[in-house]
Design a protein around this ligand. Structure first.
Ligand SMILES: N[C@@H](CCC(=O)N[C@@H](CS)C(=O)NCC(=O)O)C(=O)O
Length: 219
Protein backbone atom coordinates (compact mmCIF):
# COMPACT_ATOMS: atom_id res chain seq x y z
CA UNK A 1 0.00 0.00 0.00
CA UNK A 2 1.66 3.29 -1.06
CA UNK A 3 1.98 6.10 1.47
CA UNK A 4 0.79 8.75 -0.99
CA UNK A 5 -1.71 8.86 -3.87
CA UNK A 6 -1.41 11.60 -6.49
CA UNK A 7 -4.45 12.32 -8.64
CA UNK A 8 -3.13 13.82 -11.83
CA UNK A 9 -3.11 13.81 -15.63
CA UNK A 10 0.08 12.63 -17.39
CA UNK A 11 1.68 15.73 -18.88
CA UNK A 12 0.48 18.12 -16.16
CA UNK A 13 3.46 20.24 -15.03
CA UNK A 14 1.82 20.91 -11.67
CA UNK A 15 1.29 17.17 -11.27
CA UNK A 16 4.92 16.57 -12.20
CA UNK A 17 6.01 19.04 -9.52
CA UNK A 18 4.37 16.85 -6.88
CA UNK A 19 5.69 13.60 -8.36
CA UNK A 20 9.24 14.91 -8.70
CA UNK A 21 9.12 16.14 -5.08
CA UNK A 22 8.06 12.66 -3.97
CA UNK A 23 10.92 11.21 -6.02
CA UNK A 24 13.42 13.66 -4.52
CA UNK A 25 12.30 12.47 -1.08
CA UNK A 26 12.42 8.78 -2.01
CA UNK A 27 8.75 8.36 -1.07
CA UNK A 28 6.43 5.49 -1.86
CA UNK A 29 3.49 6.71 -3.98
CA UNK A 30 1.12 5.82 -6.77
CA UNK A 31 -0.52 7.82 -9.54
CA UNK A 32 -4.32 7.84 -9.75
CA UNK A 33 -5.09 9.07 -13.27
CA UNK A 34 -7.81 11.66 -13.83
CA UNK A 35 -9.30 11.62 -17.33
CA UNK A 36 -9.13 15.11 -18.91
CA UNK A 37 -12.90 14.91 -19.41
CA UNK A 38 -13.39 14.05 -15.74
CA UNK A 39 -11.86 17.18 -14.23
CA UNK A 40 -15.11 19.10 -13.83
CA UNK A 41 -17.27 16.18 -12.68
CA UNK A 42 -17.58 13.99 -9.62
CA UNK A 43 -15.71 12.26 -8.07
CA UNK A 44 -12.86 14.66 -8.93
CA UNK A 45 -14.73 17.80 -7.84
CA UNK A 46 -15.12 16.34 -4.36
CA UNK A 47 -11.30 16.27 -4.15
CA UNK A 48 -10.62 19.52 -6.01
CA UNK A 49 -13.64 21.85 -6.19
CA UNK A 50 -11.97 24.00 -8.88
CA UNK A 51 -11.63 20.98 -11.16
CA UNK A 52 -7.84 20.95 -11.47
CA UNK A 53 -4.97 18.58 -10.80
CA UNK A 54 -2.96 17.58 -8.80
CA UNK A 55 -4.52 16.36 -5.58
CA UNK A 56 -2.57 14.51 -2.89
CA UNK A 57 -3.98 11.85 -0.59
CA UNK A 58 -1.98 10.95 2.51
CA UNK A 59 -4.14 8.52 4.47
CA UNK A 60 -7.32 10.43 5.25
CA UNK A 61 -5.66 13.79 4.58
CA UNK A 62 -6.57 15.21 1.16
CA UNK A 63 -4.78 18.31 -0.13
CA UNK A 64 -4.87 20.36 -3.33
CA UNK A 65 -2.81 23.36 -4.53
CA UNK A 66 0.65 22.37 -5.65
CA UNK A 67 2.61 24.78 -3.47
CA UNK A 68 0.78 23.57 -0.36
CA UNK A 69 1.32 19.94 -1.36
CA UNK A 70 5.06 20.18 -1.99
CA UNK A 71 5.70 22.18 1.18
CA UNK A 72 3.70 19.57 3.12
CA UNK A 73 5.71 16.74 1.55
CA UNK A 74 8.98 18.44 2.36
CA UNK A 75 7.89 18.83 6.00
CA UNK A 76 6.58 15.30 6.55
CA UNK A 77 9.20 13.36 4.61
CA UNK A 78 12.77 12.63 5.63
CA UNK A 79 15.70 13.38 3.37
CA UNK A 80 17.44 16.57 2.40
CA UNK A 81 15.14 19.57 2.82
CA UNK A 82 13.95 21.27 -0.36
CA UNK A 83 13.19 24.48 1.56
CA UNK A 84 16.17 26.65 2.54
CA UNK A 85 16.57 27.54 6.21
CA UNK A 86 18.12 30.94 5.48
CA UNK A 87 15.28 33.55 5.37
CA UNK A 88 16.57 35.35 2.27
CA UNK A 89 17.03 32.13 0.31
CA UNK A 90 13.59 30.94 1.44
CA UNK A 91 12.07 34.25 0.35
CA UNK A 92 13.69 33.88 -3.09
CA UNK A 93 12.29 30.35 -3.36
CA UNK A 94 8.79 31.61 -2.41
CA UNK A 95 9.06 34.51 -4.87
CA UNK A 96 9.99 32.22 -7.78
CA UNK A 97 7.20 29.77 -6.90
CA UNK A 98 4.70 32.62 -7.04
CA UNK A 99 6.14 33.86 -10.33
CA UNK A 100 5.58 30.32 -11.58
CA UNK A 101 1.88 30.36 -10.62
CA UNK A 102 0.95 33.94 -11.47
CA UNK A 103 3.08 34.84 -14.49
CA UNK A 104 4.74 31.75 -16.01
CA UNK A 105 1.67 29.53 -15.96
CA UNK A 106 -1.04 32.19 -16.32
CA UNK A 107 -0.75 33.69 -19.77
CA UNK A 108 2.43 31.91 -20.87
CA UNK A 109 2.39 28.13 -20.38
CA UNK A 110 -1.38 27.85 -20.18
CA UNK A 111 -1.42 29.45 -23.63
CA UNK A 112 1.77 28.35 -25.42
CA UNK A 113 2.26 24.79 -24.17
CA UNK A 114 -1.49 24.32 -24.00
CA UNK A 115 -1.89 25.34 -27.65
CA UNK A 116 1.16 23.45 -28.92
CA UNK A 117 1.04 20.27 -26.79
CA UNK A 118 -2.00 19.74 -24.57
CA UNK A 119 -4.72 20.78 -27.03
CA UNK A 120 -3.61 18.61 -29.97
CA UNK A 121 -2.27 15.71 -27.89
CA UNK A 122 -4.90 15.37 -25.17
CA UNK A 123 -7.98 17.16 -26.45
CA UNK A 124 -7.80 16.63 -30.20
CA UNK A 125 -7.93 20.38 -30.95
CA UNK A 126 -6.04 22.60 -33.38
CA UNK A 127 -3.27 25.01 -32.36
CA UNK A 128 -4.24 28.69 -32.46
CA UNK A 129 -1.09 30.48 -33.72
CA UNK A 130 -2.62 33.90 -33.00
CA UNK A 131 -3.00 33.03 -29.31
CA UNK A 132 0.64 31.92 -29.16
CA UNK A 133 1.89 35.09 -30.87
CA UNK A 134 -0.14 37.20 -28.42
CA UNK A 135 1.43 35.37 -25.43
CA UNK A 136 5.03 35.86 -26.59
CA UNK A 137 5.67 39.35 -25.15
CA UNK A 138 4.68 38.15 -21.68
CA UNK A 139 6.72 34.97 -22.19
CA UNK A 140 9.82 37.07 -22.95
CA UNK A 141 9.20 39.21 -19.87
CA UNK A 142 8.80 36.19 -17.57
CA UNK A 143 11.81 34.27 -18.89
CA UNK A 144 14.01 37.37 -18.79
CA UNK A 145 13.01 37.93 -15.17
CA UNK A 146 13.62 34.30 -14.20
CA UNK A 147 17.04 34.54 -15.85
CA UNK A 148 17.73 37.75 -13.93
CA UNK A 149 16.72 36.20 -10.58
CA UNK A 150 18.80 33.09 -11.26
CA UNK A 151 21.88 35.15 -12.14
CA UNK A 152 25.03 33.07 -11.83
CA UNK A 153 23.72 30.83 -9.03
CA UNK A 154 23.24 27.12 -9.72
CA UNK A 155 19.66 27.19 -8.39
CA UNK A 156 16.96 29.79 -7.78
CA UNK A 157 17.40 29.86 -4.00
CA UNK A 158 21.21 29.80 -4.20
CA UNK A 159 23.56 26.85 -4.04
CA UNK A 160 20.95 24.26 -3.02
CA UNK A 161 18.22 22.72 -5.18
CA UNK A 162 14.78 23.76 -3.83
CA UNK A 163 11.05 23.48 -4.49
CA UNK A 164 11.32 26.52 -6.78
CA UNK A 165 13.57 24.52 -9.11
CA UNK A 166 11.17 21.57 -9.10
CA UNK A 167 8.21 23.78 -9.90
CA UNK A 168 9.72 25.98 -12.60
CA UNK A 169 11.63 22.99 -14.01
CA UNK A 170 8.38 21.13 -14.61
CA UNK A 171 6.92 24.12 -16.48
CA UNK A 172 10.00 25.02 -18.52
CA UNK A 173 10.77 21.43 -19.51
CA UNK A 174 7.53 21.57 -21.52
CA UNK A 175 8.24 24.99 -23.00
CA UNK A 176 11.77 23.91 -23.95
CA UNK A 177 10.38 21.31 -26.37
CA UNK A 178 8.76 24.02 -28.50
CA UNK A 179 10.05 26.27 -31.30
CA UNK A 180 9.39 29.29 -29.03
CA UNK A 181 12.15 28.17 -26.62
CA UNK A 182 15.08 29.34 -28.78
CA UNK A 183 13.89 32.95 -29.17
CA UNK A 184 12.80 33.06 -25.52
CA UNK A 185 16.23 32.00 -24.27
CA UNK A 186 18.42 33.69 -26.89
CA UNK A 187 19.83 36.01 -24.20
CA UNK A 188 19.18 33.69 -21.23
CA UNK A 189 21.91 31.06 -21.46
CA UNK A 190 21.96 30.69 -17.67
CA UNK A 191 18.33 29.50 -17.73
CA UNK A 192 19.11 26.93 -20.43
CA UNK A 193 22.06 25.57 -18.42
CA UNK A 194 19.92 25.53 -15.25
CA UNK A 195 17.18 23.54 -17.01
CA UNK A 196 19.76 20.95 -18.14
CA UNK A 197 20.93 20.63 -14.52
CA UNK A 198 17.39 20.20 -13.23
CA UNK A 199 16.09 17.79 -15.85
CA UNK A 200 19.22 15.62 -15.50
CA UNK A 201 18.11 14.75 -11.95
CA UNK A 202 16.68 11.24 -11.42
CA UNK A 203 13.47 12.83 -10.07
CA UNK A 204 12.86 14.45 -13.47
CA UNK A 205 13.83 11.36 -15.45
CA UNK A 206 11.32 9.37 -13.38
CA UNK A 207 8.45 11.78 -14.04
CA UNK A 208 8.46 12.45 -17.79
CA UNK A 209 5.08 12.48 -19.54
CA UNK A 210 5.76 8.91 -20.76
CA UNK A 211 6.79 7.61 -17.33
CA UNK A 212 3.73 9.16 -15.66
CA UNK A 213 1.48 7.76 -18.42
CA UNK A 214 2.97 4.31 -17.75
CA UNK A 215 2.32 4.71 -14.01
CA UNK A 216 -1.24 5.84 -14.77
CA UNK A 217 -1.82 2.84 -17.01
CA UNK A 218 -0.54 0.46 -14.33
CA UNK A 219 -2.90 1.96 -11.73
N1 LIG B 1 -3.35 26.40 -8.57
C1 LIG B 1 -3.38 25.03 -9.03
C2 LIG B 1 -3.21 25.00 -10.53
C3 LIG B 1 -3.28 23.60 -11.08
C4 LIG B 1 -3.60 23.59 -12.58
O1 LIG B 1 -3.94 24.63 -13.17
N2 LIG B 1 -3.52 22.40 -13.16
C5 LIG B 1 -3.87 22.26 -14.56
C6 LIG B 1 -3.08 21.13 -15.19
S1 LIG B 1 -1.36 21.50 -15.27
C7 LIG B 1 -5.34 21.87 -14.65
O2 LIG B 1 -5.81 21.10 -13.86
N3 LIG B 1 -6.04 22.42 -15.64
C8 LIG B 1 -7.41 22.07 -15.89
C9 LIG B 1 -8.25 23.25 -16.24
O3 LIG B 1 -7.73 24.37 -16.32
O4 LIG B 1 -9.44 23.05 -16.44
C10 LIG B 1 -2.29 24.25 -8.31
O5 LIG B 1 -1.30 24.86 -7.91
O6 LIG B 1 -2.41 23.03 -8.14
Amino acid sequence: MPDFIVHTIPGSPFGRTVLATLEEKGANYRVAPVAPGGLKTEPHLARQPFGRVPVLEHGTFVLYETQAIVRYLDRVLAGPSLMPADPKSAARMDQVMNINDWYLFQGVNNVITFQRIVLPRLLGGMTDETAIAAAMPKAHQVLNELSHLLGDQPYFAGSAFSLADVMVGAQLDMLSQLPEWAPLTATNANLVAWLWRVTARPSFAATTWERVAAMAQAA
